[in-house]
Write a protein of this length. Structure first.
Length: 304
């Protein structure tokens, strides 16, 4: 493509990073998808974005699938292209979004794996009492109790947890904040962890809720590794990852409540269609309140 056309991809990256405030991970994914689009345009000898037609985008999607991309990956690629085209319209470079009506190949949506409440109980109730075990139990309790995404968990600061109200304020997708209930089991585990955390942080001015041995904020990979470690230790045969806690929490809540709208709000989904993946479950009970429906929100007796 012409050098002036390529400049718009760089401007788009700055736009999604500064104005849209996309995460570095999402921005990197968009950069990858647009690089594929530029390569396609070069192959087709398209020099300017105004010369891209609906037929070009349709061919681009078809070739991506033919070269091995799954329907879900083609959907993500087209989503990045649509967002880029909207940006070009805003900047007056093109007049219409030629990617708007292009659909990825149809696919049967695979249902997420979940742990049943007994498996989750066995996984979370780890017997060790050292500092890292106390931290890891608090992490897993909170992931399950509040159905947090991994990125939401590692972004948490100490002030985000309201122990009195039993809530946590999380920063979700699109940097949208929401307040989520925290069950009593998770509150108890977090209180134990906060006492231990002080020793690890020492005199550092560290605000992160979850830290490593040296008092630094815990990263994605560290949480993934520790969750997998405890799954092996506790004899869970299934492959366990942080997002499995979110799927399990949503499934168990829907089984108890039968209210997909409440689960949608709980998960922070913008669209109800995202939540509908859980509706294969047979909901049997009416939704009352979080404390009564979530398996680990049941009140802990004072004697425990």
């Amino acid at each position: 493509m012409h050098i002036r056309a390529l400049e718009w991809t760089d401007r788009f990256q700055r736009y999604i990073a500064t104005e849209r405030r996309f995460s570095p991970h999402t921005a990197s994914a968009y950069r990858h998808e647009l690089a594929a689009l530029v390569a396609f345009c070069d192959h087709e000898r398209i020099e300017d974005w105004s010369a891209v037609l609906v037929s070009h985008v349709r061919t681009f999607a078809a070739r991506s699938h033919a070269r091995g991309l799954s329907p879900q990956s083609v959907q993500r690629r087209l989503s990045a292209v649509r967002t880029f085209m909207k940006f070009l319209i805003r900047e007056g470079i093109i007049g219409a979004n030629v990617a708007e009506l292009i659909q990825a190949p149809r696919t049967t949506r695979r249902l997420p794996n979940v742990l049943d409440p007994d498996q989750m109980k066995r996984l979370i109730e780890i017997p060790d009492t050292d500092s890292l075990a106390i931290r890891d139990r608090a992490i897993m309790e909170l992931l399950y109790s509040s159905a947090l995404r991994l990125i939401e968990l590692i972004r948490l600061n100490c002030g985000d947890v309201d122990f009195a109200d039993g809530t946590v304020t999380v920063l979700g997708k699109g940097n949208v904040a929401r307040i989520v209930p925290v069950g009593s089991y998770a509150i108890k585990a977090l209180q134990q962890w906060v006492r231990v955390r002080r020793r690890l942080v020492g005199r550092q001015q560290q605000t992160a809720l979850f830290v490593g041995r040296r008092g630094d904020r815990l990263g994605r990979r560290a949480v993934q590794t520790r969750v997998a470690y405890w799954a092996r230790r506790q004899g869970i045969a299934m492959k366990v990852h942080p997002h499995l806690f979110r799927h399990s929490a949503a499934t168990h809540l829907l089984e108890s409540s039968g209210s997909i709208r409440d689960v949608q709000e709980f998960l922070g989904h913008v669209s109800i269609s995202t939540t509908q993946i859980y509706t294969h479950l047979n909901a049997q009970h009416l939704f009352e309140v979080y404390d009564k429906t979530h398996p680990r929100a049941r009140r802990v007796k004072d004697s425990l």
